[in-house]
Design a protein around this ligand. Structure first.
Ligand code: AMP
Ligand code: GLY
Length: 426
């Protein structure tokens, strides 16, 4: 089989690695990929959003299955376009991807199907939104409607801060059209967790739970990022809570899509806030989380290719998914300046030493080659992922590996996993 993976971050490296474990997979291509991915896949110089060129490539190379990593091509309708050409693709349709692409669609969808989420109102008028914010008071959350590279959500502690955010989004239009509409919602306090499920539109197959770390600094301080590290499983999601998430969130969402005639094949990811042991959806995503995909795929025992193939062919019902008993933990190494503007082109040393370590995987997010040197080329550079008997051991291994890696300006959180470790000791 020939497989094409679309995207070029840590999630896509983990996907390529997972697919490479299958002896049914002969060739893996990745568009555009990165320096680390080029070890296990042939990287193709086509952008993830260039759907026409990707279709040409898939037809020319007789690709059997295409796996989409990021949200942007899904929101542009890549799955619909491939299927029109008779090409097999893993990822939801354009209509389904609105669950991530539009916060207004997503919140109204949750309301239609009784999915627990924060109370909210949507606005197209600045003045009405301002009035509502003053009425509700702080803390309050302002969300730009469209995709804003993870920066369109402001959790405001004071009314003034909320109004500043509203002004930037709706008047100064810092996110362009993504700010045509806003969602203003109640601020929830609790512990966050990521819940990903694979679905073929009929069956919902929950994946191992995980927890992301969105803030850039230890102790959840500083600005939001794409994610600075993750571990799996997430003890905050107990077995009882997992049942509740499936019954009250995942199944109603998939039934809702089906009722609306919208096909959903791929990953449905719910970003949850657990408040007093009850799950609320903060957001839905239409793809694997990054970095969450890295520790989750590292724990997968069932073949990733078989799983994805069954999903695309509508046979998920036949799959009995199996996980390694070990826990896993991923720490993201970022460039100086990230999540603001960051430096590039710094030489990365020490990866050979880590390659020799057992049960440690370094998934690359932003790396490229400068002649023979591997150099940084993104804000998030590497995801150092380790397995261990429990989260504590996985943490120890991941940080031991990080000690061997160096690039100028490298920064990372020291406390990935601590919440889970503390929870387990209680
Ligand atoms: P989202 O992209 O909607 O997940 O929001 C990004 C981040 O903002 C989340 O991971 C939370 O940390 C925070 N957030 C979003 N919505 C809320 C809310 N209603 N209450 C508290 N925090 C929130
Ligand atoms: N790590 C959060 C996300 O992928 O959206």
């Amino acid at each position: 089989m020939k497989v094409l993976v679309i995207g070029g971050g840590g999630r896509e490296h983990a996907l390529c690695w997972g697919l490479s474990q299958s002896n049914r997979v002969e060739n893996i291509y990745c568009a555009p990929g990165n320096a680390g991915i080029s070890d296990i896949a042939e990287c193709i110089d086509i952008k993830a959003e260039d759907i026409d060129s990707l279709i040409d490539f898939a037809r020319y190379e007789w690709i059997d299955l295409t796996v989409v990593g990021p949200e942007a091509p899904l929101s542009l309708g890549i799955a619909d376009a491939f299927e029109r050409e008779g090409l097999k693709i893993f990822g939801p349709s354009k209509a389904a991807a609105q669950i991530e692409g539009s916060k207004v669609f997503s919140k109204n969808f949750m309301r239609r199907y009784g999915i627990p989420t924060a109370e909210y109102k949507t606005f197209t008028s600045y003045l009405h939104a301002e009035e509502y914010i003053r009425l509700k008071g702080a803390p309050i959350v302002i969300k730009a409607d469209g995709l804003a590279a993870g920066k369109g959500v402001i959790v405001a502690k004071r009314v003034e801060e909320a109004l500043d955010a509203l002004r930037l989004i709706m008047k100064d239009r810092i996110f362009g059209n993504a700010g045509d509409r806003v969602v203003v919602e109640q601020c929830l306090e609790g512990e966050e967790a990521s819940f990903m499920a694979m679905t073929d539109g009929k069956t919902v197959l929950p994946l191992a739970t995980s927890q992301d770390h969105k803030r850039v600094f230890d102790g959840d301080e500083g600005p939001n990022t794409g994610g600075m590290g993750a571990y799996s499983p997430a003890p905050v999601i107990t077995d009882a809570l997992e049942m509740e998430v499936i019954q009250r969130i995942m199944l109603p969402a998939i039934k809702g899509f089906s009722k609306e005639g919208i096909p959903y094949k791929g990953i449905l990811y719910a970003g949850l806030m657990v408040v007093n042991n009850r799950p609320y959806v903060l957001e839905f995503n239409c793809r694997f989380g990054d970095p969450e995909a890295q520790p989750v795929i590292a724990r997968l025992k069932t073949g990733l290719f078989d799983l994805i193939e069954a999903c695309v062919e509508g046979r998920l019902n036949d799959i009995d998914i199996r996980w390694k008993p070990e826990a896993s933990l991923c720490v993201v190494l970022a460039s100086r300046g990230y999540p603001g503007s960051y430096e590039k082109g710094k030489r990365i040393d020490g990866l050979e030493a880590v390659n020799e370590m057992q049960d440690v995987f370094v998934f690359h997010s932003g790396t490229s080659f400068n002649n023979d040197d591997m150099v940084t080329s993104g804000g998030r550079v590497l995801g150092v992922t380790a397995l261990g008997r429990d989260i504590s051991e996985a943490k120890q291994r991941a940080y031991a590996a990080i000690k061997k890696i160096h690039f100028d300006g490298m920064h990372y959180r020291r406390d990935i996993g601590d919440k889970a470790i503390k929870g387990q000791q209680q």
